[in-house]
Design a binder for this molecule. Structure first.
Ligand SMILES: Nc1nc2c(ncn2[C@@H]2O[C@H](COP(=O)(O)OP(=O)(O)OP(=O)(O)O)[C@@H](O)[C@H]2O)c(=O)[nH]1
Ligand SMILES: [Mg+2]
Length: 557
């Protein structure tokens, strides 16, 4: 017997806004998490279709299974004052509050591996401004790299109650067919230069299966939904965003960093998957009775006997569901084009028709089973553009001008800061006999970007997968060495490891004595062994050839 409650585990959202005022407490909570998202682990795509389960094994021995069947409001936070709730609330001093076991607490930001500033914005516009102009503005943006989708697979159709009849037989054997299965939700990873997620809908619902019919006819299966996802998207399961509502406020500086999820871990089950919940009926339940009511049947021995068998059948279905209704905790990295669509959410199985219930004791079963329900789950899609090289520089350094000079891409150039607000990718065919490579121009980075100053570091996700970084430094600057240091500090070692680096010194025409270039070169030679540097003047196309030569070197495997 499958014990349902054995893996019923919960996620609780905690809003310890007060906690954040105490850095020490906060630190102790966040440092206690054992969760380290690592995209390197899920490069393997399963080749599953139809009945197979789409789930990936992520060989991270450290990671623990996180089973999520329900989202429960944490009893402590239910009474915590949040700025968006209007109900009367009481605040308990931190010391008196029962802190949940630290090892299971993870901040929402950690769960989504940083990047919470932009994420906050997405959640916020999804929820608070659900119907306002501001939300529409966010929605209608042509470049969208984060998107929340609510997906629902179809429910199974109900079984039928029917009896065979013809000229000679008035009441023949039962012949009610089964309900059709609910539609599945598939995803298809495509590479059609879909460099944005804006075209995706927020909501997809697969059709339910049709009910069974007389004459042993099974119902039609519900129509599937196939969603095209651009290459380079990471799909992650998220709890229902409406649960975040209370915890996400409009206040400046407020972010999802302050919202925690408590994940209850169940070590007995598969270690890498989230258990999605399907609110199906319990084994032995879910009957449709036609003639008499349930009570009548439940009191009959013949029905009890039959139901014992059906219960076993239901248990098997439930077990099958628990196996297939899973999703990798670290998300799914759509980094290669799929040959066949991948099954994301299974539809519910159709209910049994009465033809199955003919036994020695039951000659005219006037009952059948209802279909199993579909699943509703929320997913966050994060698009990470894939370019071989990423241009990283302070605002106005000349990144966009450089991309214009080296490729046919036409990013906007302006003499003010933050001209570029969204990434552009240019393709470069340097020589006829060499492989082309791509270069991404992203918004400028300023000092403090890692603390969300300026445009923050959100855009760095687009160069996360690139093979090399190109630091773009303007020679017009008073201190290019300090500028370069800012870039290095903000990007951080973690993102730079395993990446080749090239420094392009722009605006070489404006640096009269060449002093700035010399001092930069000296620093690279002494401090950053192996980084090459090239001076250019992009608008005039000076030294661009040499720059391309070095770039293709860095872009090469
Ligand atoms: N003289 C000279 N001006 C340049 C050169 N490269 C860029 N500029 C100018 O510098 C200004 C900024 O150039 P952009 O290419 O928009 O700079 P950016 O780094 O993309 O700036 P953001 O997108 O705001 O981060 C523009 O007015 C360009 O015309 C150069 O080599 N020489
Ligand atoms: Mg620019």
């Amino acid at each position: 017997m499958i014990n349902r409650t054995s893996h019923l585990v919960s996620v609780r959202l905690l809003s310890y806004r007060d906690l954040t005022t105490s850095p020490r407490l906060r630190k102790s909570v966040s440092s206690a998490t054992s969760f380290t998202p690592n995209y390197a682990f899920h490069n393997e795509f399963p080749d599953a279709f139809g009945k197979d389960v789409v789930s990936k094994s992520i060989s991270n021995d450290e990671s623990q299974i996180i089973k999520i069947s329900q989202i429960i409001q944490h009893p402590d936070t239910a009474t915590t004052t949040t700025t968006t709730t209007t109900t009367t609330t009481t605040t308990t001093p931190i010391s008196k509050r029962k802190l949940p076991k630290p090892r299971n607490i993870i901040s929402i930001a950690d769960y989504f591996s940083g990047n919470s500033h932009h994420l906050h914005h997405v959640f916020y516009s999804n929820l608070i401004h659900a119907k306002t102009k501001k939300a529409a503005k966010v929605e209608n943006k042509k470049f969208v790299d984060l998107k929340i989708m609510k997906l629902t697979s179809g429910s199974g159709g109900n079984g039928a109650v029917s009896f065979f009849r013809d000229n000679l037989t008035t009441a023949g054997p039962p012949d009610g067919g089964d309900g059709g299965n609910g539609g599945n939700i598939y995803i298809n990873v495509v590479d059609r230069n879909l460099n944005s997620l804006h075209y995706l809908q927020k909501r997809y619902v697969a059709k339910s299966g049709s009910p069974g019919k007389g004459g042993q006819l099974d119902g039609k299966n519900g129509e599937d939904v196939i969603i095209d996802i651009p290459l380079g998207t990471v799909i992650r399961w998220i709890p229902d965003p409406t649960v975040f509502k209370k915890h996400v406020s409009k206040k400046e500086g407020d972010s999802l960093d302050d919202v925690y999820m408590e994940l209850e871990l169940d070590m007995d089950y598969d270690k890498n998957n989230i258990q999605l919940s399907r609110q199906g009926y319990k084994p032995g339940e879910g009957w449709i009775f036609k003639e008499h009511d349930e009570e009548y049947y439940q009191s009959r021995d013949f029905f009890q006997e039959l139901n014992d068998k059906v219960t076993k059948y239901d248990e098997e279905i439930e077990f099958e569901e628990s196996q297939q209704d899973q999703f990798p905790i670290l998300g799914m990295d759509c980094d290669r084009v799929t040959s066949k669509p991948l099954l994301l959410l299974h539809g519910g199985k159709g209910g049994l028709g009465n033809m199955h219930f003919l036994t020695a004791n039951v000659r005219n079963p006037r009952f059948c089973k209802i279909g199993r329900p579909g699943i509703t789950a929320h997913f966050l899609l994060e698009l990470k553009l894939i370019a071989d090289l990423g241009l990283v520089g302070l605002p106005n350094a000349g990144k966009s001008s450089l991309l214009r000079a080296i490729s046919r891409a036409k990013p906007r150039v302006g003499h003010w800061e933050f001209t570029t607000l969204q990434p552009t990718i240019g393709t470069i065919q340097h020589r006829i006999d060499s492989d082309p490579f791509t270069v991404a121009d992203i918004p400028g980075i300023i000092k403090g970007a890692s603390e969300n100053k300026g445009m923050g570091l959100d855009f760095l996700r687009h160069i996360e997968r690139s093979r090399g970084l190109v630091f773009v430094v303007s020679l017009e600057s008073d201190d290019p060495v300090a500028d370069l240091q800012i870039l290095i500090d903000e990007v951080g070692e973690e993102r730079m490891k395993d990446k080749k680096v090239l420094v392009v010194a722009t605006k070489a025409d404006l640096s009269t004595e060449g002093e700035n270039y010399q001092s930069l070169k000296q620093v690279l030679d002494t401090k950053h062994n192996g980084w090459k540097i090239v001076p250019v003047c992009a608008p005039r196309g000076e030294n661009i050839d040499q720059c391309l030569e070095l770039m293709s070197e860095v872009a090469r495997k």
